[in-house]
Ligand binder design. Sequence first.
Ligand code: ADP
Length: 492
Amino acid sequence: MTATAQTETEIHGNYINGEWAPAASGETFENRSPADTSDLVGRFAASAKEDVERAVAAAAEAAEGWRQTSPIARANILHKAAEILAGRQAEIGRELTREEGKTLKEGIGETGRAVQILRYFAGEAQQPSGEHYPSMNPLTLLYTLREPLGVVALITPWNFPIAIPAWKMAPALAFGNTVVFKPASLTPLCAVRLTQALADAGLPPGVLNLVTGGASAVGDPLVRDPRVAGISFTGSNAVGAELRKLAAETGAKLQLELGGKNPAIVLADADLDHALTHVVAGAMMSTGQKCTATSRAIVDRRVAAQFTRDLTDRIGALKVGDPLATETQIGPAVSAEAADRIVADVAAAKGDGALLVGGDRLRANGHGRGHFVAPTLFGDVDPESTLGQEELFGPVLGVIPVDGLDEALAVANRVRFGLSASLFTRDLGTALAFVRGIQAGIVHVNSETAGAEPHVPFGGMKGSSSYSREQGKAAREFFTQTKTVYVDPPPG
Ligand code: ADP
């Protein structure tokens, strides 16, 4: 293993205590492109408990030094990492597309988002971190400080393989925490690239540690380690539920970003062509594999038949294929398991609505080289059915006809999730009633459910989150704790 992450044989190590090194066992796992399984993206360290142990020890050792480092110095490193990443954006965006399968435009765009996040938190590190209060004693200097938690574990999914790690890592580091980062095993290359940018920017050894490998071999020992003071997790509700129990036992501070069943409500007065474009994009871009993807189009009955016909045409015409090709609109599902599961879930949902287009694995015209699924639309979905209630995490949209805003809101809210929601209307009063009534952490009027900017809070209500928020100023809440200070002058 050389000082860089990549050798000629494309074997990538862990990054622990400032060094790239293989897993202690020497084992590796391979990562292949979901668009073409003959494309070997690389081999990565198949780590285990002893690697986690070393990474947490390094992070614990570095914690005091990093906590005492000036926020201005931390900001300078984040700025430098942003510039390094920006210089590599086109190349990393392409690698992101190769390993995750979203289109090249999305891959490059997401890498640019990571750059923007690093820059934002470099600025945020230099913002005031406490408040000054009056005291009963007029001579007392009474104020608060925000201090880091210590060692934090960042556990990330594959669907935004560079942006989600960046939006956890940048605030964790900016506010003085040291990090053990366990990325999804389907997208380790983006994790290596992000870590590399921060290492090249001069982050001291031990401040950021990357350990690649599986959920039970790496994730599990990491979240159980008593030296881990905070856990920030994005992923499935099932794992989130396990982490809630675990954190209740260990006392670690916990942040969860989980699933969604996000509605786009289309009212009869909306600009229907605009709504159509946004509903299709919200449901299908990134192969529908976004936690903020639109999975329910809740449409006023007066326009539902026409809107459904238009959706069928637009969804049926989407160009599915090689995500590196410029004409492609929809890439593959992330893995064979994901594609099989989506198709099985669609088959099981046939009694929940009318299958209008899609639903199959695509195998002809070169699609057989990867894990492609046809963009899928169901009409007349029963809102109480599995299809109406559960997240499919794929390019699958269901139309639910309703009578007006009140019924639309009732249907929209009758799920266990509450991540994002959209309304399409021209009426301001209706828009404001929607904003008041919808149970969602991210609310859009006249735009798709999946848009989220990095300088504002991100997170869901109900089962979609853990009442904490990521990004923007909200990130400081999670990655710091408050110290209240009373300073009295000495007597006399
Ligand atoms: P996804 O479908 O996005 O992979 P998961 O919830 O299965 O959703 O995984 C999200 C991340 O959490 C991945 O990095 C995965 O390896 C990790 N993970 C899964 N199970 C556990 C667990 N029990 N403890 C810690 N990490 C886990």
